[in-house]
Design a protein around this ligand. Structure first.
Ligand code: LLP
Length: 425
């Protein structure tokens, strides 16, 4: 459920008409609903809480999904931790007030500088993804004179379904150590005075709409915890990653957080571990929309093709171009009249800058506003300035008020970052 609804014939974010935000801030612009963010976090938290056997898991929101500090702050204020994959994301989590002991640091290629930053910050765990990285973490910890809390990210080698570009849990994917390596590396780490192995982690992919692959992966993780313990090793934490899918309108309905929690209780309940989760999309996706204005309609006389040319483009929302993702497109003030098929495109000079083909939409004209739904996760987060188009600003709504939480950069700021050096001229 989200808080983007028609009221009086006009799409609102909570109690704010989207048209008012467009008028005040311009388009394209990302708009987030505080109430939806809070609701999604609470639904997940309560789903876990319904199973006492799960204890009180750490819900480490995956910062990459929607990294604005004000978005993070809404979640951190509710008790969320942060799953981070770069020094930048750790800095964002800290800026939002996340306690270091609720920050998880993941990623296949952490630099030594980033590892040092994480250890000095005092993060809950560095998720080690390879033997090479284990050595790097040990060396950095030794240099700093600290004992690094680590978890091994294990690749469970399961097929998660969904788009190949976001599957992470197969042996052919770059993520994590193999099951075969895990026990040996864990034992080795336990004997290193600079390492404190606290547990194991996995994350098999994103936009997963079937619990079966997750169950298979988590069963393997349970087995691993039991094997490690049987070998006399201490395993305190089990991080089961993120990946729960959201409804993108045309897709199979994903399992509910309640079903997800029930499955987890069934598989790992009673294992006596501190559980951690890294949800991103399930919290942020339906909490945000990308608001855009129609520049004009290019109706070809021959063939009947009708292009709806927007002021948003693939640089603002890359998901359709990159993953063939479907985003529902809703007129902000739907006009009466029969829906007609449009090819919905942006102004960028690539054919791939197409949001939808032959999408039935109510009649639209230049100057009308449309909203891309379910754009709160991996929307603004993946935006670029391709074609020297300024990054879309971000707006946070709470009830009847809204605030710009990231400004649209000026052209002076964008161009001023380039170095204008003497020798070039
Ligand atoms: N933990 C780790 C280690 C991850 O790599 C990810 C996402 C998450 C947690 C959060 O997954 P979520 O709950 O959001 O599914 N850009 C793609 C999605 C990439 C996901 C990358 N990793 C998209 O737009 O669909």
């Amino acid at each position: 459920m989200n808080h983007f609804e028609l009221k009086g014939g006009e799409l609102h974010a909570e109690d704010v008409p989207l048209a008012r935000i467009a008028a005040a801030v311009g388009t394209p612009v990302y708009v987030y609903s505080t109430a939806t963010l809070r609701r999604h976090y609470a639904v997940l938290r309560d789903a876990f809480a319904a199973h006492p056997a799960l204890g009180t898991p750490l819900i480490a929101y995956a910062v990459k999904a929607s990294p604005n500090v004000e978005v993070l702050r809404v979640l951190v204020d509710m008790g969320a931790g942060a799953d981070t994959v770069s020094e930048g994301e750790i800095r964002r989590a800290l800026a939002a007030g996340a306690p270091p002991e609720r920050i998880v640091f993941s990623g296949v290629g952490k630099t030594r500088a980033e590892i040092a930053f994480a250890l000095k910050t005092g993060v809950a765990e560095v998720n080690v993804e390879s033997e090479a990285e284990l050595e790097a973490v040990a060396a950095v910890a030794q240099e700093l004179g600290v004992r690094a809390p680590i978890a091994f990210r294990v690749n469970p080698d399961v097929e998660a379904g969904g788009h190949a570009k976001i599957a992470t849990g197969k042996a052919e994917n770059k993520f994590g150590v193999s099951f075969a390596q895990a026990a040996d590396l864990y034992a080795r780490a336990s004997n290193n005075p600079h390492l404190n192995p606290v547990g194991v982690a996995c994350h098999i992919g994103s936009q997963i709409t079937d619990l079966a692959p997750m169950r298979a992966a988590f069963l393997k993780m349970r087995g691993l915890v039991e094997d490690l313990r049987a070998g006399g090793l201490k395993v305190e934490r089990l991080d089961l990653g993120g990946g729960l899918g959201v409804p993108y309108f045309h897709q199979p309905d994903p399992p509910s957080p309640a079903d997800y929690a029930t499955m987890i209780a069934d598989v790992v309940g009673g294992l006596e571990v501190q559980l951690a989760f890294e949800p991103g999309r399930v919290i942020a996706a339906n909490a945000g929309v990308l608001l855009s204005e129609v520049i004009h309609v290019n109706a070809r006389p021959e063939g009947g093709r009708r292009f709806l040319v927007l002021d948003a483009a693939m640089n603002d929302l890359i998901r359709p171009a990159m993953y063939d993702a479907f985003h529902d497109i809703r007129p902000v003030k739907p006009r009466p009249g029969e829906a007609v098929p449009y090819d919905v495109v942006g102004p960028v000079c690539e054919t791939g800058d197409t949001f939808a083909k032959q999408r039935d939409l109510p009649p639209l004209e230049g100057g009308d506003l449309v909203a891309f739904m379910t754009a709160g996760a991996y929307g603004a987060a993946m935006a670029s300035e391709y074609n020297t188009r300024p990054l879309a600003p971000e707006v946070l709504v709470e009830g009847a008020r809204f605030a710009v939480i990231r400004q649209r950069p000026t052209y002076e700021e964008i161009i001023g970052r380039d170095r204008l050096d003497d020798w070039v001229s």
